[in-house]
Design a protein around this ligand. Sequence first.
Ligand code: FE2
Ligand code: FE2
Length: 333
Amino acid sequence: MYTQALNQADTGPKVVEDAEKLARFEAKIDAEERIEPNDWMPEAYRRTLVRQISQHAHSEIVGMLPEGNWITRAPTLRRKAALIAKVQDEGGHGLYLYSAAETLGVSREELIDQLLSGRAKYSSIFNYPTLTWADIGCIGWLVDGAAIMNQIPLCRTSYGPYARAMIRICKEESFHQRQGYEIMLTLCRGSADQKAMAQDALNRWWWPALMMFGPPDAQSVHTEQSMRWKIKRFTNDALRQQFVDATVPQAHFLGLTIPDPDLRYDGASGHWRFGAIDWEEFRQVLAGNGPCNRERMEARRRAHEDGAWVREAALAHAAKRRARAAIAKVAAE
Ligand SMILES: [Fe+2]
Ligand SMILES: [Fe+2]
């Protein structure tokens, strides 16, 4: 069906060859086979994946900032150890995903440059501040919880390196979600002040968490094509509903109230129906006007500049090793 996108007026050998490659590519996708880095792929498929995987990588890296903010203030040694491990995991996810994007022929320098220059997007959720310890609980419970909903289907995405990276990432995300929920549970079983802190955090994180699934299907520009290419397996709205259905009973177990007066259980469909999402807020945060956009980008730029000497030292060391190996080779001959 994508063959229509080719210029049909031109029937030169190149176009015929491309049409054959495209047919082979589509057949592979239809047969649920993975597309690998050396396989031929349509340029638009490659571009879509570079955009999606790099946005995902940037989100992992920027996502370390709001939680990293609480490492020094974690209430106990045990909480601190878990939080450090979690934030390190997110850094690892970012590096995996940059590597997966690199298999599509884009360099890491280019991707980092896109982030630091503001040309690339990352998940809007990380532009909200972490005001109390309960925010760390809410991030694990809701933000990592939403990430799991999004990412489990990506373990079956059509591009091999992305699908394989997702398998390990999802295992770690599930630990993140549990540690967050356990923080919430401890606060909710604690003093009245602790419970109020948990409720306040839920009030602030609930709606941004629902926005993490992206715009409604009717407005999502990439969904249809991505579903056809099996990059995406479920639509934004389907995943959002799945998240709400899983999370509302968890909030009730905690004894917390979801900050949505329109929330109600629809017995006929078995779904929790929720109120309207403020998409204007989502657009504003994406456009750079969220509470912490500037702070996050500044932190990333500073980290990149501070790390310049490490990159230079690593390159110099690699050059010396290459030179030594070349000399040893000549001597051995
Ligand atoms: Fe992650
Ligand atoms: Fe995570």
